[in-house]
Design a protein around this ligand. Structure first.
Ligand code: GLU
Length: 495
């Protein structure tokens, strides 16, 4: 069999370390088998997908050395590799399913579906579509379509029975069809959902092994049904264990920096980060902890994957990165520092902020330390200069953090809007919010302009510093968190 693997990231935010982790295993398996590794962009969510995010994903993976053989930027024999450019393919495939009565048009309104969900929830049942539109006569369907009534296309799911999924790492997994929803395949805007596009593309791109995160196991029955409906042989399925926070919850940006950009900004070596990801749910046969990507590929075997929850432990990553740094020659070390931050690309966004404030280049070191590095030496005393109770400072930092988790893009104007509306909701002057933020981000009461600093630091570094500052101030107890959450929800409701 010709091995073809793929990663299929959705360009809806910062490039996630989980994407790099899945990419690493797909790449290693493909390379170890003399196969091909494909990168496909799953941008069917037109509202949340952005070009900027796509570009960052490509840049980050390339920085890590996780290069692909076929993809939107490289082309290949199975393109296009961006789902938004494949609409016609999905539409024609949906037609095949409708013809064969494996899929049907559904005209149910949002309100009806909400009511259905609520009623099922109250009865403690699995929330799923009740098949209402399955009963429509073909003539009526044609009439309503011709009249331009909005509709989606859903897939049929057997009423009863069990779906058996063969997972390479777990063996057979059984899922009751009763738990499987009659998934929407084509949305009312004519775009496919993930499930349809993913199956059609994996088949047409001749993907032999689908290696992806464990969170997709529940989607596997829908995919399996689609393969059967089309009469296609499904690929080998392998679900990798999810990365975890140290408290074993699913790795999330609420608790840990998750963007590859963060690790790049903070001066981790790409080879160290890849090495670290290679230790997630995997161990080398000889127990080695430090290895190059090429060694990982040469020794790669699915047998060495373990399903226990791999913890994304920053202390371990720091230790490993330190080892890698110590292994560099002096010359290489200096070169890598230049590549990291002391280069034109990194300095350009900072120059407009500092040039009016600088008399000698030597001034730059102190002024920009918090933007380039991470050595802020923040303590609770750092906040003492503010004429604010500690409790109030904590509240500002926590509310800001929650707000910033919601911002759709990390643009200056969006950040200004976000903070202005938070100040408005709290009924305070914007200055009252900015004081604690300056200190949390820079360690100093006065720094370079705040919003520009946030843009330069990026979303993950900014959020990580806010979380740090909250910790430095003693953290938020469970009880406090409850009270803060209640007040925060109240603010959102009042807006
Ligand atoms: N677009 C999905 C994601 O963002 C792909 C999941 C899969 O690999 O099937 O993770």
């Amino acid at each position: 069999m010709t091995v073809r693997t793929r990663i299929a990231p959705s360009p809806t935010g910062d490039p996630h370390v989980g994407t790099a982790y899945v990419a690493l295993f797909n790449l290693a398996f493909a390379r170890s088998q003399g196969g091909t590794f494909v990168l496909r962009i799953e941008d069917t969510d037109q509202v949340r997908s952005t070009k900027a995010s796509e570009q960052m994903i490509l840049d980050s993976l390339r920085w890590l050395g996780l290069d692909w053989d076929e993809g939107p930027d490289r082309g290949g024999a199975f393109g296009p590799y961006r789902q938004s450019e494949r609409s016609e393919i999905y539409r024609s495939h949906v037609e095949i399913l409708i013809e064969a009565r494996h899929a049907f048009h559904c005209f149910c309104s949002g309100e009806r579906l909400d009511e259905l969900r609520q009623a099922q929830q109250q009865r403690g049942e699995t929330q799923r579509y009740d098949g209402h539109c399955l009963a429509l006569e073909p003539g009526e369907v044609q009439r309503r379509l011709a009249a331009g009534e909005p509709s989606v296309v859903r897939m049929k799911v057997p009423e009863s029975g069990v779906c058996r999924i063969d997972d390479l790492f777990r063996g057979v997994i059984e899922i009751d069809y009763q738990q499987v929803d009659m998934q929407v395949l084509l949305k009312s805007d004519g775009m496919p959902t993930y499930h349809l596009a993913n199956v059609v593309d994996d088949h047409l791109m001749e993907i032999s092994h689908v290696i992806r995160g464990e969170e997709w196991i529940n989607s596997a029955p829908k995919h399996r049904l689609l393969y059967d409906y089309f009469g296609w042989a499904p690929p080998v399925l392998a679900h990798l264990p999810l990365l975890r926070n140290p408290d074993r919850s699913k790795l999330s940006k609420r608790k840990n920096p998750t963007s590859i950009q963060y690790y790049r900004r903070m001066g981790y070596l790409p080879e160290a980060l890849v090495n670290f990801l290679g230790l997630m749910g995997y161990s080398m046969a000889d127990g080695r902890e430090q290895f190059e990507l090429s060694d990982f590929i040469a020794a790669f075997s699915f047998e060495r994957i373990s399903l226990g929850a791999p913890v994304f432990d920053l202390e371990k990553l720091n230790w490993l990165n330190g080892n890698w740094l110590r292994g560099l020659s002096d010359g290489a070390f200096a070169d890598r520092v230049v590549q990291w931050a002391l280069n034109r690309d990194q300095l350009m966004p900072i120059v407009p902020l500092v040039r009016e404030r600088t008399e000698r280049f030597a001034d730059l070191i102190g002024m920009t330390g918090y933007l380039l590095g991470d050595n802020r030496e923040l303590t609770s005393d750092s906040f003492a200069e503010l004429s604010m109770e500690q409790e109030a400072v904590l509240e500002v930092l926590q509310f800001t953090l929650w707000r910033l988790e919601q911002v759709p893009d990390w643009e200056r104007a969006t950040l200004v809007d976000c903070m202005t509306s938070l100040a408005g909701a709290l009924g305070v002057k914007i200055r009252a919010l900015l004081g604690p933020l300056f200190i949390a981000l820079s360690g100093r009461p006065v720094a370079l302009p705040l919003y520009d600093s946030m843009v330069i630091l990026g979303s993950d570094v900014t959020r990580a510093r806010l979380r740090d500052a909250i910790d430095v101030l003693g953290g938020v107890s469970k009880k406090q968190a409850k009270r803060l959450e209640k007040r925060y929800r109240g603010l959102a409701a009042a807006e």
